[in-house]
Design a protein around this ligand. Structure first.
Ligand SMILES: [Zn+2]
Ligand SMILES: [Zn+2]
Length: 245
């Protein structure tokens, strides 16, 4: 390739491919780990580039901020709280304005009081309810598809295959998602069976050694951490409000 063509050739491997290889060397689900990083980056870019974008702000207002998990993510990290506060103002302004309109409606004469209360409650529920998805959930889902798609597409390449086979596997939500995507799944299934069997054995040992009858038997490090590892395997990410993994 001539110098003039540098950068124009189609790269066989994306950045995600190399990110996955590195993340599979870390504990727990690699997709969870990369998604976590991606969401934090997305939040920071949003704060710098889109916090004043009217359309983006409207989406977040309609979603009534973010889901609980992503609001927690938005709260962790220095400097994000002021941006979160701006978005919270939007939501509360909107809810209070709409609720005031509902409550200011005069009582229709033919309604009994209980009827009015029921009608008002129904109308207030409509005011509070989000009318669209959490935008960070949408982003996460699109990134999950890219990452799992890359894994499935390149699973027979020696580098990613070796890395995946030596890894802690995928969490069950990402395993489930991957199985629903097109491509060959045999290698992933083999690794997942081995990973789940290993974690199950550690959990069994943990439960057994917590029994007072076996209290004198020491747990190894893997067994002691088994409930947390199994939680991450079964449920996906565990969110700490201070951003800890
Ligand atoms: Zn995962
Ligand atoms: Zn969300």
């Amino acid at each position: 390739m001539g110098i003039g063509n540098r950068g124009l050739g189609i790269e066989k491997y994306s950045r995600t491919y190399f990110d996955l290889i590195e993340a599979f060397k870390q504990p727990d689900c690699a997709v969870c780990r990369l998604i976590d990083d991606a969401v934090y980056q997305y939040i920071d870019i949003f704060i710098y580039e889109n916090i004043t974008n009217v359309a983006r702000r409207q989406e977040i207002r309609e979603a009534r901020l973010f889901c609980s998990l992503h609001t927690t993510k938005f709260m962790s990290g220095y400097g994000r709280l002021i941006s979160l506060a701006t978005l919270e103002q939007d939501v509360l302004n909107d809810v209070l304005r709409s609720a005031s309109r509902v409550l200011a409606n005069p009582l229709p004469k033919h309604w009994r009081v209980t009827g009015f209360l029921r009608g008002a409650s129904r109308a207030l529920r409509r005011v509070i309810r989000p009318t669209r998805n959490c935008t960070l959930c949408d982003y996460e889902q699109s990134m999950e598809r890219v990452m799992l798609g890359t894994l499935i597409q390149f699973i027979d390449e020696p580098d990613i295959r070796a890395s995946f086979e030596g890894s802690a596997g995928l969490c069950m939500p990402h395993y489930y998602m991957g199985l629903g995507m097109s491509g060959r799944h045999e290698r992933i299934i083999t690794v997942q069976q081995a990973v789940m069997t290993r974690v199950k054995a550690d959990i069994d040992e943990y439960v057994r050694k917590r029994n007072p009858l076996y209290r004198d038997q020491d747990m190894n490090e893997d067994e002691a951490a088994a409930p947390t590892r199994a939680a991450k395997l079964i449920s996906g990410r565990i969110v700490h409000s201070d951003g800890r993994w």
